[in-house]
Design a protein around this ligand. Sequence first.
Ligand SMILES: Nc1nc2c(ncn2[C@@H]2O[C@H](COP(=O)(O)OP(=O)(O)OP(=O)(O)O)[C@@H](O)[C@H]2O)c(=O)[nH]1
Ligand SMILES: [Mg+2]
Length: 203
Amino acid sequence: MDKFKSAVILAGGKSTRMEFDKQFLKINKRRLMDNIINKLKQEFEEIIIVTNKPEYYLGLSHKVVSDEIKQKGPLSGIHIGLKESSSKYIYFIACDMPIINIDYIKYMKNEINNKDVSACVTKLGDWIEPFNAFYNKDLINDIENHLLEDRRSVFSLLKKLNTFYVEEKDARKFSPNWDMFLNLNTKEDLSNYLHLIGNEFNG
Ligand SMILES: Nc1nc2c(ncn2[C@@H]2O[C@H](COP(=O)(O)OP(=O)(O)OP(=O)(O)O)[C@@H](O)[C@H]2O)c(=O)[nH]1
Ligand SMILES: [Mg+2]
């Protein structure tokens, strides 16, 4: 079995800060989600979308699922993503992360290939980056217990487990300005990003 067969895109959030649903964001007349899917196809055989609006994905050839434990934030999406996927390690990315770094994905795979870890996440100072990361399918029960205690933080969950951390300085070799972790939370984030790539926001 391919240990790294599956990738999950989380698109089940409320987009409160962006004020429109980020999963439908278009850049240069193309849906960002479609770009993410196409990129991930280079590296993963199975792609799963976790969305709160599955009716907008009818006809897509990938698996589309919704949270089973609702209203608990990203861990809800990680939970169902792990349940629905069919490999040991599952790659997770958010629907508002426009820059996929395939070399870094390959690097993480190689780092954990011969290890048995709960997750592979990257450090940023004292913090971690919860996406552009791998999680072990084994975590389903741990996440359920964490959420039952009404704890929602990915980092506090990972601290309790056997997590493999990539050091910030090692990750920066792949992405010196950290763009592979860029996520578009606000309209300002979006307009900065569009400016960077030389586009205007066109809805
Ligand atoms: N499946 C699922 N995904 C979620 C949930 N909450 C957030 N996410 C996803 O997790 C990722 C990171 O979340 P945020 O950047 O905070 O996005 P958000 O929660 O939609 O936006 P805000 O409301 O502004 O916090 C995004 O891909 C969201 O779609 C949830 O309850 N379920
Ligand atoms: Mg949020």
